[in-house]
Design a protein around this ligand. Sequence first.
Ligand SMILES: Cc1cc2nc3c(=O)[nH]c(=O)nc-3n(C[C@H](O)[C@H](O)[C@H](O)COP(=O)(O)OP(=O)(O)OC[C@H]3O[C@@H](n4cnc5c(N)ncnc54)[C@H](O)[C@@H]3O)c2cc1C
Length: 417
Amino acid sequence: MTRRYSALSLIKEGLAGQKGWQPAWRSPEPKKNYDAVIIGGGGHGLATAYYLARTHGISNIAVLEKGWIGGGNTGRNTTVVRSNYYYPESVAIYGLAHRLYEGLSKELNYNVMLSQRGMVFLCHSIGEMEIGARTVNAMQINGVDAEMFSVDDVRRVAPALNFAPDARYPVFGGVWQGRAGTARHDAVAWGYARAASALGVDIIQNCEVSDFIIEGGRCRGVQTSRGTIRTDRIGMAVAGHSSVLAAKAGFRLPINSYALQACVSEPVKPILDTVVLSPGTGVYVSQSDKGEIVIGGALDRTPSYGQRGNLPTLENVISGLLEMFPAFGQLKLMRQWAGIVDVVPDSSPIIGESPLPGLFLNCGWGTGGFKAIPAGGTLLANLLATGKHNDISRPFDLDRFVTGRLLDEAAGSGIAH
Ligand SMILES: Cc1cc2nc3c(=O)[nH]c(=O)nc-3n(C[C@H](O)[C@H](O)[C@H](O)COP(=O)(O)OP(=O)(O)OC[C@H]3O[C@@H](n4cnc5c(N)ncnc54)[C@H](O)[C@@H]3O)c2cc1C
C-alpha cells in the first residue's frame, strides 16, 4: 500500500530528524518468471506497468531499468506538455495523453505539478502566419484548442520577447494552445513508480537487459545483468537505445539516435509566464517554478550515443535564444545536459508488436515523448494485455513502413514531434 502522510506526521518527521520516511516504491530481487516484463524504467515503461496492473489486473510484472528510474530522457527533458498536432491520428494519441495528464495528479495521488500556462509558436513572417493559420484551422477541425495570435496577443503573454520591427526574427504573431504547459518530469516517473509498486509491480533498478531468449520463433524472456528472467510478454520502452536492443532481438528499426540538449540559467524572478517556441530559431523556452530559464533547441546533427551533446549546437541554441530575448544575455548558465532520443523518419512514434512475436515496442517519440507518457503507457499496456491494437495505436504500428501510410508530423505541424 502507498503510505499517506498527514500534515502532523510531516511536522513530526521534520522535528525527529527525518528518520521515519518509507521508500516510495519497493526494490525487490528479480523473480525468475513474470507474466510480463517491461524493459526501460522511463515514463513510458513505468506508465505501461501501472496501466497493466490498474486497468488490466496483471500485476505479476517487472520493470527492468539499467540505471535508475527516470534517469534517461524522462528526467532530462524540458517538461513541455501539449497536443497541437496536425493529423487526426496524432491528435487522437496526443489528445489522449493530454487529457490523462490533466487528471494524473489525482489518478496517482502524486503531484506532477502540471502547469497549463499555455504555449505560443511564434511566426516570424507573413508566410509563417499563413502556415500558422492553416495549422490552426486543421487543429480546430480535429477538436484541438488552437488559436491564432496577433502580435499584440503575443506581447500580452510574453512581454519580454524582442518585438522590434528590425529584429532578425521579427514577431508577426503566433499559434497558441492554452491547455499546453509544463509538468514536473521526475514527479511523473516517481508517481507512476509508486502507484505501480503499490499495485504489486516489481521495479528493478541497476538491471540491464543484455539479450533476449528466443525459443520456437517467440520471445520467451531476457538475459539481464541480474540473471535470466522468463516471460511470454515483453514491452520495450528504451527510447534512444531501441535500435541497440532491436539488433539483439534480430531486427532493425527505422530509428536514428541523436543527442538532444537542454540547459537552465540561474534562477531569477518571474519573467516568463508561458512556453515560447520559435520554429525560426529552433529554440523554445519556459521558466521553471524555481525561476530557472529552461532552454531547449534542435538535435545535435550527428547520430550519437554521447549523452552530453556538443558545444556548437549549444552555441546555436543560445544565439537563437538571445535573438528572441536579448535581456537573457545577462543570465548565467547554470547547467547543460543531453539525452539520447529516437528519431523516426516520419516523426511519429512506433507502437505495436515487433517482428519477434512476444516482444512489443513503444519507441520513436524523438524529441517529444514526455507529453505522451500517459498515452504510451495506456496503449502498450493494452497491447501486452490483449495482443491487439486499439483504434488509437493502430496507425502507429511498425507496418506503416511497409504500407507507406506514414504520419509525417514534421511536415504537418511544422516541428519534428
Ligand atoms: C533535452 C531533452 C528535452 C526534451 N524535451 C521534451 C519536452 O519538452 N516535451 C516532451 O514531450 N518531450 C521532450 N523530450 C523527449 C522525452 O524526454 C522523451 O521522448 C521521453 O522521455 C521518452 O520516455 P521513455 O520512457 O520512452 O524513455 P526514457 O525516459 O529515456 O527511458 C528509457 C529507459 O530505458 C533504459 N534502458 C535503455 N537500455 C536498457 C537496457 N538494455 N536494459 C534496461 N534498461 C534500459 C534507460 O536507462 C532509460 O531509463 C526531450 C528530450 C530531451 C533529451
